[in-house]
Design a protein around this ligand. Structure first.
Ligand code: CUA
Length: 431
């Protein structure tokens, strides 16, 4: 008896259980993230005033519709109960008196609808004005950045930080900003339409070719925030990600100073004595994630980012790094990727020539790639293993990416495992 009643309850409630379970599965989040609504890309638990004002509009709308739902639901329940068929006899009873319009009810419903719309419209209009641009009184304190969307990565430029002979400071896929200051971001699409979205801070605004767009955001406190392209833009749209790293004033200034410096040079030859550990020994203190995807870090992601900033000189194999640097020229990597300040001497048509790693502005700048917490546009953790995976099979990590289609294929690039080790050692040394 008990079992059958349990089964019938399950059958009746089954759809609710299924719906909740399905929702939990669909969000793909850890259980805790699901119930606290605090995933990496949560718009419910936010960390800045722009996202907060967007959340407020959402919540006002939710409350208004919730009140309407309660009201309509109660009237419906009342009518269902009051006018339900009571017995066999009722089937032949006369229907109750039918009403044909009640001006009071109709006017009240119109009034209530207008009131509901006004309650939603006022905070919406306020939020539109607020999120549109930094308030006039904050303008002087605003930090200016420019973001460009490419298939499938983000370029960030810092017009306030000009490097003699090299234009503004440029980085890729990790936007470092001062916490607590308004940041005004100019948005551009360089090939197709992309969209800039950092759910916990602000968004989303389209990055459209040939049309300047912008948004502003502010991070309440230092932190590590997940960003994502939010407009379908081709094969690897879903893995076109980025990070925003907000730092306190002193740490931000140090980061800018470090980034302004040219790429780090290491001595070209290993000093005498014990041979240095191979690249695989790199960052043994870095706790790796199962598949190397960068959406989860074993420890605080901001600490993970910080631990990438300083060179790991103890574990560096200087000869291997130097070999990697020469391979960077030999395998034509330097034709696309800028490593500011680096060059190699090579013999070209019988003459010794100096080849600088100038690259092109349309590809990720690698001057300080070793100091980033992620590679492949926020997809993989930046460690030796994942770097090796990325440079040896870029097409498998990111379908359709240009490293494969415009580099490997036309230049007939083939990397042996030793080449990969050397390139990884070189790239990791670029702090
Ligand atoms: Cu870029 Cu979607």
């Amino acid at each position: 008896m008990r079992l059958t009643s349990l089964l019938s309850t399950l059958a009746r409630r089954g759809h609710v259980i299924l719906a909740l379970g399905g929702l939990a599965l669909l969000t793909g989040c850890k259980k805790l993230d699901f119930w606290t609504m605090n995933g990496h890309q949560s718009t419910i638990v936010v960390s800045g005033p722009v996202a907060r004002s967007q959340l407020d509009v959402f919540l006002v709308t939710c409350w208004v519709t919730f009140v309407i739902f309660l009201f309509v639901g109660s009237v419906l329940a009342y009518a269902t109960l009051k006018f339900r068929a009571r017995s066999e006899d009722d089937e032949h009873a006369e229907p109750p008196d039918q009403g044909h319009g009640n001006p009071l009810i109709e006017l009240s419903l119109i009034g209530a609808s207008v009131l509901a719309l006004v309650i939603i419209a006022v905070p919406t209009l306020k939020a539109i004005t607020y999120t549109y641009d930094v308030a006039v009184e904050d303008k002087a304190n605003t930090y200016e950045v420019s973001a460009s969307g490419y298939q499938w990565w983000f370029k960030f430029e810092y017009p306030a930080e000009q490097i003699t002979g090299a234009g503004p400071l440029v980085t890729a896929n990790e936007l470092v900003i001062p916490a607590g200051r308004p940041v005004h971001i100019t948005l551009r699409g360089m090939d197709v339409i992309h969209s800039f979205w950092v759910p916990k801070l602000a968004g989303k605004v389209d990055m459209i070719p040939n049309r300047g767009n912008f948004l502003w955001l502010k991070a309440d406190a230092p932190g590590y925030y997940w960003g994502q392209c939010a407009e379908y833009c081709g094969d690897s749209h879903a893995v076109m990600r980025f990070r925003v790293i907000a730092l306190g004033p002193r740490e931000f200034n140090k980061w800018v100073t470090d980034q302004m410096a040219p790429a780090r040079e290491v001595a070209p030859a290993a000093p005498a004595g014990q041979p240095k550990a191979q690249f695989a020994a790199y960052r043994t203190d870095w706790k790796r994630n199962e598949k190397g995807w960068s959406d989860k870090f074993e420890f605080n992601p901001l600490d993970a980012w910080r631990s990438q900033q300083e060179p790991d000189a103890k574990h560096e194999d200087l000869a291997l790094i130097d070999k990697g640097k020469h391979l960077f020229q030999e395998k034509t990597c330097y034709t696309c990727h800028n490593v500011r300040g680096h060059s190699v001497d090579v013999v070209i048509s019988g003459k010794l020539q100096n080849v600088p790693f100038l690259g092109s502005p349309a590809y990720p700048n690698l001057t300080h790639v070793g100091a980033r917490s992620t590679i492949a546009a926020g997809l993989l953790e930046n460690n030796a293993e994942q770097l090796a995976r990325w440079i040896s099979h870029p097409d498998q990590v990111k379908p359709g990416n240009k490293m494969y289609a415009t580099g490997y294929i036309p230049n007939n690039i083939k990397l042996t495992p030793d080449d990969v080790s050397a390139l990884v050692a070189y790239l990791s040394s670029l702090k």
